[in-house]
Design a protein around this ligand. Structure first.
Ligand SMILES: [Zn+2]
Length: 297
């Protein structure tokens, strides 16, 4: 018996690659994870292709969707530039290279865009419109889904929500500017400020460590300001908060809501709900699969 037609979704993050095979009804058949391979494109693409082929097994896969940490031209299927994790990646035709190795069409997009698409179609944003998603991980990613479609923008750069300006002349961001959300509410920012990973910062703050508490208060305030600006600009039905740092959302919520209520216009603020992601760590894989499924047959 030939297995039903299915798709593979892959999320290539800064530290982990997550992938899953889905059946024709969008149910997970099997999963795989690996460390994100480092190095030049050639060997990394080989490793990704091997992961996809291993997942496929004897299933009939008709397309593969890949979310990639970096700037992606989704129309051409090209990785324009990556974070420091994968140096030497510039203008890499990842979709074409992967497709030639796995033998089926591949589509790629920015990982945060696909996490937003995953939450909007299957997660905490299901049934809501518009949906804006923030992924609080190593950095801060974002995605905007309107009418079920990702908002891409003129140059494909829409929804870089980690670089919303929340503090004039604030802390320096990885992008070179000052006062971006990412400079406060990311694992990278906490590590740079305190030399600790995020989990440890939350733990020490609970025990009363003043520096850790201040850093989390600043992160909460930055999130509230960013969410208010998004509510004022787009008035989404929901703002979905995911990524590893969202596990600490209950600690951040009071400060976040104070800043949000101070800045959001009354109707915009009251009609935009801020919710925790349903799949804080797996939305990217679900979104990648949704992108693959949307390819014309
Ligand atoms: Zn920035």
């Amino acid at each position: 018996m030939v297995a039903a037609v299915s798709v593979v979704g892959v999320d290539v993050g800064g530290t982990r690659v997550k992938a899953a095979l889905f059946d024709s009804r969008a149910r997970t058949v099997r999963r795989a994870t690996a460390s994100t391979p480092s190095g030049p494109p050639g060997p990394v693409i080989e490793r990704l292709a091997a992961l996809i082929l291993g997942l496929r097994g004897s299933h009939r896969v008709r397309a593969v969707g890949v979310g990639f940490c970096g700037m992606v031209d989704h129309r051409r299927g090209v990785v324009l530039e990556t974070t420091e994790t994968l140096p030497g990646w510039r203008d890499v035709p990842l979709a074409r290279e992967l497709a030639s190795r796995v033998g089926v069409p591949c589509v790629i997009d920015n990982d945060a865009n696909l996490a937003a698409l995953g939450e909007a179609t299957l997660g905490a944003g299901r049934g809501a419109d518009p949906v804006v998603a923030f992924t609080l991980g190593t950095g801060v990613g974002g995605g905007i889904v309107i009418d079920g479609e990702l908002l891409r923008g003129a140059g494909g750069m829409a929804a870089n929500l980690g670089h919303l300006g929340v503090r004039p002349n604030g802390r320096r961001c990885a992008c070179g500017a000052r006062g971006c959300l990412e400079a406060y509410a990311s694992a990278w920012a906490l590590r740079r400020r305190l030399g600790l990973d995020a989990r440890e910062v939350f733990r020490r703050a609970r025990r009363g460590d003043g520096r850790c508490r201040r850093a989390l208060d600043d992160a909460a305030d930055a999130l509230g300001r960013a969410f208010a600006d998004v509510a004022n600009a787009i008035n989404p039905e929901v703002i979905v908060v995911g990524g590893g740092l969202s596990r600490g959302l209950s600690r951040l919520r009071p400060g976040m809501l104070r800043a949000y209520e101070a800045r959001a216009l009354p109707v915009a603020g009251a009609t935009t709900r801020i919710v925790r992601a349903r799949y804080p760590l797996d939305a990217g894989v679900l979104g990648a699969a949704a992108l693959a499924r949307a390819l014309p047959r």
